[in-house]
Design a protein around this ligand. Structure first.
Ligand code: NOJ
Ligand code: CA
Length: 538
């Protein structure tokens, strides 16, 4: 058995720094604030932190629009703070990855300012310029081509108009971006989460995209608006670039490259490599951010991921992030279901990724669309709420999932001592907060902490193989995890009522149970509604 790279057995926690902890009382979370909360994350037991962008930026998309890749936005702190962050994380035996937005810069980036200033300048072909737009749609809807009067030409933006796409067919661009990556690797970062990594290359001939019947982009694929994304996503050069980037990182040791990519699993798998895992280390799978809470759904999900991400590859399991509904909101606020969801997430074969606040059961906060700060929310503020809820199954105003972390039940939930916070605090903070959750033995927080502890202790969980159990009662999902002689079984009851199920022959010792009513006698298990257990073969 080969030892897995650290990033295939780790656990990830996403920090959205603007909303995590405000260290200097201006209402905005920052790097010194995050440093102050590192002990919380260590005690929770997560091993790797992914921090959303804090680089210099006009903050039109709250950091996903970078104007200098090696400087820190003053509201988040200084370069010194970023270096201290890396150090403090490492001092706690944890890892940290930064968020690299390689596809586009801010329109305020000096490169773009120069590029747009005339048709002849040293950066004139650093972005994608055309005399006439073709039919390509941006992934947020509408043409992604935008007119720049200075050049009397159009530039391409995959996301929003103030996020112009870089031209990776220009070697100087590629070099400049790899230099930014190296800048942080030299300073000890453990890797990167890679924003829309599937869109870096566009068709060299700018061929029109084919028609599609799909209006609404879904979690599986970005494409929608009656168009396939054939020539703007998942180009052969994208897979090739993943390998190049990997080589750059390899020179600095074992680094995690975590791709935000979209498309059918068989396609996004290719970012990891063809036979060897010589590309990215992990990719996110968007489909599961729209999970359905049934045994059938998860059994299909696991089956598919096992098929598409066999060794030496590893899937990632993610149910919330800063762009999508919070998992508890998808679960209708049912904390018991959330505990079951995380029992699954922390025991399957795959790297789990939690989003800040998910561990205490934070939920979406409904906010008036007219006041959206999120540029996507502003773009869609005219779409009536019921249409958003009914048709999209998506958040259009992402402010709703980015509200400040709820630490305790004091002023601003302990997030900031300023009068006002950049986004309102969810008023449920009196009930839902870290302090409160700590004191309840069966809280979601304590459940997750305990599961993270067991996962770290048991090689079968972080490094073992997975085999689904057959012949379980309807609504019950189960799997074995195996590593060497070790054998662990997990049983999950997705139904409301009690169920009985039988494990394979042998003597099993209970490692974990969600409900006190769950029982296991030799190999006969009884599970309470929405409950689950984990047991180890003696
Ligand atoms: C994906 C990021 O997660 C999202 O927050 C951002 O707005 C877009 N990429 C554009 O960078
Ligand atoms: Ca601050």
């Amino acid at each position: 058995m080969n030892e897995l790279p650290w990033y295939h057995k780790t656990t990830i926690y996403q920090v959205y720094p603007r909303s995590f902890y405000d260290g200097n009382a201006d209402g905005i979370g920052d790097l010194p604030g995050l440093i102050q909360k590192l002990d919380y994350l260590r005690d929770l037991g997560v091993e790797t932190i992914w921090c959303s962008p804090f680089f210099a930026s006009p903050q039109q998309d709250f950091g996903y629009d970078i104007s200098d890749y090696t400087a820190i936005a003053p509201e988040y702190g200084s370069l010194q703070d970023a270096l201290q962050l890396i150090q403090e994380v490492h001092r706690r035996q944890m890892k940290i990855i930064f968020d690299m937005v390689m596809n586009h810069t801010s329109a305020e980036h000096p490169w773009f300012k120069e590029s747009r200033s005339s048709r002849r300048n040293s950066k004139s072909d650093w972005y994608l310029w055309r005399d006439r737009p073709n039919n390509w749609q941006s992934i947020t809807g509408g043409s992604g081509w935008h007119f720049a009067p200075e050049r009397r030409q159009y530039y391409w933006a995959t996301f929003l108009p103030f996020q112009p796409d870089l031209n990776y067919r220009n070697p100087a661009v590629k070099q400049a971006m790899l230099d930014s990556v190296k800048f942080w690797l030299e300073r000890g970062v453990d890797g990167f989460r890679l924003d829309v990594f599937c869109a870096l290359y566009k068709d060299a001939e700018f061929r029109n995209n084919p028609f599609s019947l799909k209006l609404i982009p879904d979690a599986d694929e970005f494409h929608g608006f009656f168009q396939k994304d054939l020539y703007i996503m998942n180009q052969p050069e994208d897979f090739q670039f993943a390998r190049e980037l990997r080589q750059v990182c390899d020179a600095f040791g074992e680094k995690l490259l975590l791709g935000e990519v979209s498309g059918p699993r068989s396609v996004i798998r290719r970012f990891l490599g063809e036979e060897k895992n010589d590309g990215l280390g992990l990719v996110f799978d968007f489909e599961m951010l729209q999970f359905r809470f049934t045994a059938e759904y998860f059994s299909r999900l696991i089956r598919n991921l096992e098929q598409d991400f066999p060794e030496p590859f590893m899937p990632a399991y993610v149910f919330s992030n800063h762009d999508k509904h919070r998992s508890l909101t998808r679960l209708g606020g049912n904390v018991q279901k959330a505990r079951l969801l995380h029992l699954l997430q922390l025991t399957v074969r795959g790297v789990p990724c939690l989003y800040n606040g998910e561990e205490i059961g934070m939920s979406d906060l409904r906010l008036p669309a007219a006041q959206a700060l999120d540029p996507l929310g502003r773009k869609f503020r005219f779409v009536p709420r019921f249409v958003v809820d009914l048709l999209l199954h998506e958040v259009t105003n992402r402010d709703e999932v980015r509200t400040p972390m709820q630490w305790d039940d004091t002023h601003n939930s302990g997030f900031s001592s300023h009068d006002r916070t950049w986004l309102p605090v969810n008023p449920n903070f009196h009930r839902v907060n870290v302090e409160q959750a700590r004191g309840e033995p069966a809280s979601l927080l304590n459940t997750i902490r305990e599961l993270l502890r067991i996962r770290k202790e048991q090689p079968a969980l972080h490094s073992g193989s997975l085999e689904l159990l057959e012949g379980l009662p309807a609504g019950v999902l189960g799997y074995y995890r195996k590593f060497g002689e070790d054998r662990i079984v997990v049983l999950l009851n997705f139904t409301k009522g009690d169920v009985a199920a039988r494990l394979g022959a042998g003597e099993w010792e209970l490692l974990f149970q969600l409900s006190e009513r769950d029982t296991l006698q030799s190999n006969a298990a009884r599970l309470a509604g929405y409950s689950g257990i984990m047991a180890k073969a003696r």
